[in-house]
Ligand binder design. Structure first.
Ligand SMILES: NC(=O)c1ccc[n+]([C@@H]2O[C@H](COP(=O)([O-])OP(=O)(O)OC[C@H]3O[C@@H](n4cnc5c(N)ncnc54)[C@H](OP(=O)(O)O)[C@@H]3O)[C@@H](O)[C@H]2O)c1
Length: 283
């Protein structure tokens, strides 16, 4: 999603260097969406020749023929079979590939919207044609429990961090159902980072960041960093969730990428620190 912010568009050499560094660091999952501006085209332009090195996830339900509008605080989507197929086929062209490893329904529509449009049948047809390998849902509460109960999704992408805990229990339920879990938002948009970059940030994210900084301060987490940066602490906190199978961390900054990889390589927080952080956050 962060690739959408590069000034030079999908051919920007800075994007090429960043994406190359992602694979060189050993990251093997990339998440994108038709809704993320030139992101799919950038991945196609710079990584098509390394396609076998990574698991590629995109989304469906994003509008194919026109720019979506914000309605009631949500980006407009269309979960009809025609739009789902047109979107996946457009993703394949943009990404210069013959298959998506994972296609996720974007934006957590309700079960009744999915059933009304027969969205899952459209996704299964694409799977039977070899255009996608696994079916997923980008999901949040309250819809997430229904999505798990449907029993048709291989993977759930779910927002969660130390500072955004509302999905903590349901991630466990998703994993226990046998599905894969992808946690996003694990570094809380970099909210407590001293160099948080808010250039061009949408109003929605500005208030999210303000709120999460406040949670960080009120929990007194600076007192227990034990030499870590705030970002290392947040990332390693998320890695301690036993229902997490993988996490996607967005960045457009090569230094942040390197720091995040180094932090992730250290693994989850030590148990005593994790417990103390949870105690402070729940208080
Ligand atoms: N399914 C959905 O509805 C949905 C919604 C949102 C996002 N996503 C996916 O999830 C990914 C992550 O998205 P997210 O924005 O929700 O969460 P995130 O990974 O918690 O936050 C990304 C933000 O954190 C900043 N950041 C990352 N590492 C940092 C560091 N070490 N120090 C300071 N700042 C740092 C980045 O800014 P810099 O560029 O300055 O590093 C970026 O703006 C997206 O790329 C997208 O693929 C999906």
């Amino acid at each position: 999603m962060e690739l959408a912010g590069f000034g030079g568009g999908s051919s920007d050499p800075g994007i090429g260097r960043l994406l190359g560094a992602v694979l060189d660091a050993g990251i093997n999952l990339i998440d994108t969406a038709p809704d993320y501006g030139g992101s799919e085209a950038a991945i196609g332009a710079h990584l098509a020749h390394r396609r076998d090195e990574f698991f590629l996830a995109s989304k469906c339900g994003c509008l194919v023929d026109r720019q979506p509008e914000f309605r009631g605080g949500k980006l407009e989507h269309d979960f009809s079979p025609e739009n789902v197929r047109a979107g996946v086929e457009q993703s394949l062209r943009r990404l210069k590939t013959d298959r998506l490893d994972l296609v996720q329904v974007h934006s957590s529509p309700t079960r009744s919207v999915l059933e009304e449009h027969d969205t899952v049948a459209a996704m299964e047809k694409l799977k039977s044609e070899g255009k996608v390998r696994f079916l997923g849902m980008s999901s949040v509460l309250p819809e997430l429990r229904d999505h798990i109960e449907m029993g048709v999704f291989d993977v759930f992408q779910i927002p969660y961090s130390a500072l955004q805990p509302e999905n903590e229990a349901v991630i466990r339920e998703a994993a226990a159902s046998g599905a894969g879990t992808i946690v996003r938002g694990g570094v809380a948009r970099g909210a407590p980072a001293p160099d948080h970059n808010d250039a061009g940030e949408h109003d929605f994210w500005r208030s999210f960041v303000r709120e999460k900084r406040d949670v960080w301060a009120r929990a007194g987490l600076d007192d227990i960093l034990d030499g870590m940066t705030r970002m290392e602490f947040l990332l390693r906190f998320v890695l301690g969730h036993e229902g997490l199978h993988t996490t996607i961390v967005g960045t457009s900054n090569p230094d942040h990428l390197a720091a995040n990889v180094a932090a992730a390589e250290k693994g989850p927080l030590p148990a005593d620190l994790y417990d103390e952080a949870r105690r402070r956050l729940s208080r």
